[in-house]
Design a protein around this ligand. Sequence first.
Ligand SMILES: *[C@@H]1O[C@H](CO)[C@@H](O)[C@H](O)[C@H]1NC(C)=O
Ligand SMILES: *[C@@H]1O[C@H](CO)[C@@H](O)[C@H](O)[C@H]1NC(C)=O
Ligand SMILES: *[C@@H]1O[C@H](CO)[C@@H](O)[C@H](O)[C@H]1NC(C)=O
Ligand SMILES: *[C@@H]1O[C@H](CO)[C@@H](O)[C@H](O)[C@H]1NC(C)=O
Ligand SMILES: *[C@@H]1O[C@H](CO)[C@@H](O)[C@H](O)[C@H]1NC(C)=O
Length: 386
Amino acid sequence: MFFLTLVSRWLAAVPRFSSTATYSKAAQQPLLRLNAHNEFHIAIFADLHYGEEEDGWGINQDVNSTRVMNDILGFEDPDFVILNGDLITGENTFLTNSTKYLDVVVKPLVKHNVRWSSTYGNHDSQFNLSREALFKEEDKYFLSYTQHSPVGIPGITNYYLPLYAQEKDCNGTPIAILWFFDSQGGSEFQAPAGSQNIPNWVEPSIAVWFLAEQAILKKKWGKSLPSLAFVHIPPTAFLTVQNNLLANAGEESIHFPGLNDDVPLAAEGDGMQDVPFMQALVNTPGLHSVYSGHDHGDAWCANWPNVAGVVNNGSTPHVCFSKHTGYGGYGNWNRGSRNLKLSFGKEMEVETWVRMENEAIVQRVGLNETYGTDVYPLEDGENYPI
Ligand SMILES: *[C@@H]1O[C@H](CO)[C@@H](O)[C@H](O)[C@H]1NC(C)=O
Ligand SMILES: *[C@@H]1O[C@H](CO)[C@@H](O)[C@H](O)[C@H]1NC(C)=O
Ligand SMILES: *[C@@H]1O[C@H](CO)[C@@H](O)[C@H](O)[C@H]1NC(C)=O
Ligand SMILES: *[C@@H]1O[C@H](CO)[C@@H](O)[C@H](O)[C@H]1NC(C)=O
Ligand SMILES: *[C@@H]1O[C@H](CO)[C@@H](O)[C@H](O)[C@H]1NC(C)=O
């Protein structure tokens, strides 16, 4: 056992290169399974923004972000980590070593031997940083479960990961699915200065792929499984929530507690280009919730609203912001991490909270049928010194 632990730590610590075109890392990686409590605990690290201003303050920012991750991994001991976009501030990094920041970002995960997967954000594609090269760097790690979009699908991080019961309880069918989407944005690698011309929304072709993949999985497993979705830039539904459900913009709601300081929040696109994606989300039976980053000053959850142009169609997922984890990127709100506890009895249940850098837990809510009428204390995480 001790030997195995050593071996797995060694595997985790050593980047692994694919030696042949047929090598499939995914096939060798252990399946994601529930822990001994029949739960799956995810910590989300969002908007880390490594690599800003390497001549001075940027260096300490990254040291601070690494400290935040190490501390939170210590407090929470999650089963899995999701890096929910903007790992690096690509417009500040150098052609010579921009992907090397990925190795710095994942150091705490390697140290704690925790598996992870990513979505990429708009700052992960910039003049000196190629999204494709970033993926290649990340894919060297045996602990990384990030996968590459199928050929012809825009962006990189469009994929899903099945979650299985403990081995002793497992009949071969997963019990839940984690979906990841690429909301793109930013600039093409080495594109002329100032061009930020990549669409910053989940494109309709991705929605088509998502629905087609669901149909395949439903056929394979004989049913639709409960699922969660992760995407860096929030779908426009988040903005609708802020305008309509969070009655006094900028304030917290007792029903949907959490920092609400980015007003109005920046959502995907600027003219409802993400309607096909949102329609696909609400057409997904069992989709429980959607998690985004991008807006560093927002950290609330809420219920899916009525969105112009979208026909609510059976599934109305909860919507949650992650929590700004990095010292990089705009804003000085206290740092933290959204955590999720998925538990499995008869159905999947999800509890979520934000773990602050100073160890405090805020905004613990149950994303269940009474969420939206349940009353919670107002705790935006700003009343705690770090
Ligand atoms: C790093 O974190 C400390 C708090 O521990 C803070 O005082 C300092 O301003 C931070 N430095 C930067 C560059 O963000
Ligand atoms: C890109 O990297 C080069 C060399 O590493 C550096 O000189 C240049 O300033 C960077 N450009 C941008 C736009 O960041
Ligand atoms: C990348 O190169 C710059 C300039 O030499 C240096 O300051 C920085 O520390 C390097 N970053 C990484 C992650 O290697
Ligand atoms: C609602 O879901 C049904 C069944 O999946 C589907 O056939 C229909 O096209 C969906 N409606 C919209 C507006 O997408
Ligand atoms: C939903 O979760 C909250 C917080 O854990 C709890 O107080 C409430 O009773 C739950 N509602 C249901 C129907 O289980």
